[in-house]
Ligand binder design. Structure first.
Ligand SMILES: *Cc1c(COP(=O)(O)O)cnc(C)c1O
Length: 468
């Protein structure tokens, strides 16, 4: 497929603006660009065809099943987009005086109030632009807290279990902490003895992804937060994906001091392809004074991690989602997410085996090591063959503690029929592995792009077009 720049033909532009009827004014010399911008020139219909062609080459939630574990690719209701497109929300300027945007301030306040209720926290900020950015903000709150008590220099370590999301150790490191990794117990939960062994006067806190990356809700959660607090540390809850617990249990009630949640996962903003997102951060009262706040909301500027009020329209979508579902709908969505994951896990069982054979939360992990040993077919081969079957592959080779891992998160928005169909495809591919492994090594057979060099793409990304 040609890039839009390659399709451009000089003179084919389709401007329908009327001729300028006011005098033109020359800009100061220093502000005028030296060469005209290299914008593609195309007729409106060709532009439309170009984007339709692009659209057909990608797989989205609107195309088919998208069980990408840890990413919560749920269907995002259209009403959220409609509300976020209201001119009262889109036509404002971030520097507008607060009394001219009172409705927007109220929307932010209301969203904050509702999310605090879901989190079990006392205060909240929407400044962080994504999940990892929210973690960064949350751990800075922990740091500020220890500094304010004169223990900043002493508390240098953040504990991160090996079942955590990869961004957790990265965050602790970026905030200047030493990361202490602890191994999971055989049941996939935090090993309490391993935790006790590393807790001490140098502990700044613990970051816990819960449910963790193998889809398990830690059964000792109250004991974990109690132990960390006893050592003088604080507890951080990675709630990027609150899909299994929202409205059912609250991280604040489990003893956590702060949390982030991805509004672009749990609270229905479409994501993938680079945003925009929002990593809402909630905290208990003892951390609230350190929370970044937008000038628009309270007229003061404390810790700033981003300009203004964050990705405002993402918050509007989340607010719409929460208000549409309501107090009954939020826990119902969570329960259906858990039901769907367990249903799919049970339906696949007997072929590909779960890494942890137990009730899961919103997602589960398959361990394909035995299958690979017997057939030579890898998790990657299975993922690639799924593409030919109209399905987006699950998350692969993650979490790292499971070998040949495929991680599936069906979400609550999929019907039983879709799950049955997906399970049948998984069972079919399991058989195919024994019958025709070669076919699977070479999959996908019907995709636009088969097996890109992912390492090279990550190391040498070419993201800018240049004239040959
Ligand atoms: C997605 C995710 C993150 C990171 O969120 P981003 O918006 O991609 O930065 C962190 N933790 C968990 C558990 C996640 O699923």
């Amino acid at each position: 497929m040609k890039l839009i720049f390659e399709k451009s033909v000089p003179g084919h532009g389709c401007s329908i603006l009327p001729a300028c009827d006011v005098d033109s004014v020359a800009l100061p010399a220093g502000l005028v660009r030296e060469t005209a911008p290299a914008l593609p020139e195309m007729a409106e219909m060709d532009i439309s065809r170009h984007y339709t062609e692009l659209c057909k080459r990608v797989h989205g939630v609107n195309c088919g099943f998208y069980p990408l574990g840890s990413c919560t690719m749920k269907y995002n209701p259209r009403i959220d987009e409609e509300m976020a497109a209201l001119p009262g929300f889109t036509g404002i300027h971030p520097l507008a005086p607060a009394d001219t945007v009172a409705g927007c301030v109220e929307a932010l306040d209301t969203a904050s109030k509702y999310l605090c209720e879901v989190f079990g926290m006392d205060d909240c900020t929407f400044q962080p632009a994504a999940g990892a950015h929210g973690e960064f903000t949350g751990v800075l709150l922990i740091k500020k807290y220890h500094e304010s008590r004169g223990e900043g220099a002493q508390r240098t370590k953040i504990i991160v279990p090996d079942s955590a999301h990869g961004t957790n150790p990265a965050t602790a490191n970026m905030c200047g902490y030493e990361v202490v990794n602890i191994a999971s117990a055989p049941n996939g939960c935090v090993d309490l003895d391993a935790l006790k062994a590393v807790l001490g006067p140098d502990t700044a806190g613990l970051m816990l992804t819960n449910p963790n990356t193998v889809g398990i809700f830690d059964e000792n959660i109250l004991e974990i937060t109690r132990l960390v607090h006893e050592a003088g540390g604080l507890c951080y809850y990675d709630g990027a994906n609150l899909n299994a617990v929202m409205g059912v249990v609250r991280p604040g009630d489990m003893g956590f001091d702060c949390i982030h949640s991805n509004l672009h996962k749990t609270f229905a903003t479409p994501h993938g392809g680079g945003g925009p997102g929002a990593g809402a951060v909630g905290c208990k009262a003892h951390l609230a004074q350190f929370l970044p706040k937008s000038a628009m909301m309270d007229g003061v500027e404390g810790l700033q991690v981003r300009s203004f009020a964050g990705n405002f329209l993402v918050v509007i979508k989340a607010l719409t989602y929460i208000m549409t579902l309501g107090k009954e709908g939020i826990p119902e969505a969570a329960k259906n997410a858990v039901l769907n994951a367990n249903y799919l896990q049970e339906k696949i069982k007997g072929t590909f085996e779960p890494a942890f054979d137990r009730i899961c939360m919103h997602e589960f992990v398959l361990d394909l090591s035995r299958f690979k040993k017997e057939t030579g077919v890898s998790a990657l081969d299975v993922a690639k063959t799924l593409i030919d079957n109209g399905m987006h592959p699950p998350t692969m080779y993650f979490p790292l503690i499971v070998h040949e891992a495929l991680m599936l998160e069906p979400t609550e928005t999929e019907s039983r029929e879709t799950l049955d169909e997906a399970a049948a495809i998984f069972r079919k591919l399991y058989e195919l592995g024994y019958q025709d492994p070669e076919y699977m090594h070479n999959a996908p057979h019907n995709a636009q792009i088969a097996r890109p060099d992912e390492v090279r793409a990550a190391r040498n990304p070419v993201v800018r077009w240049a004239k040959a």
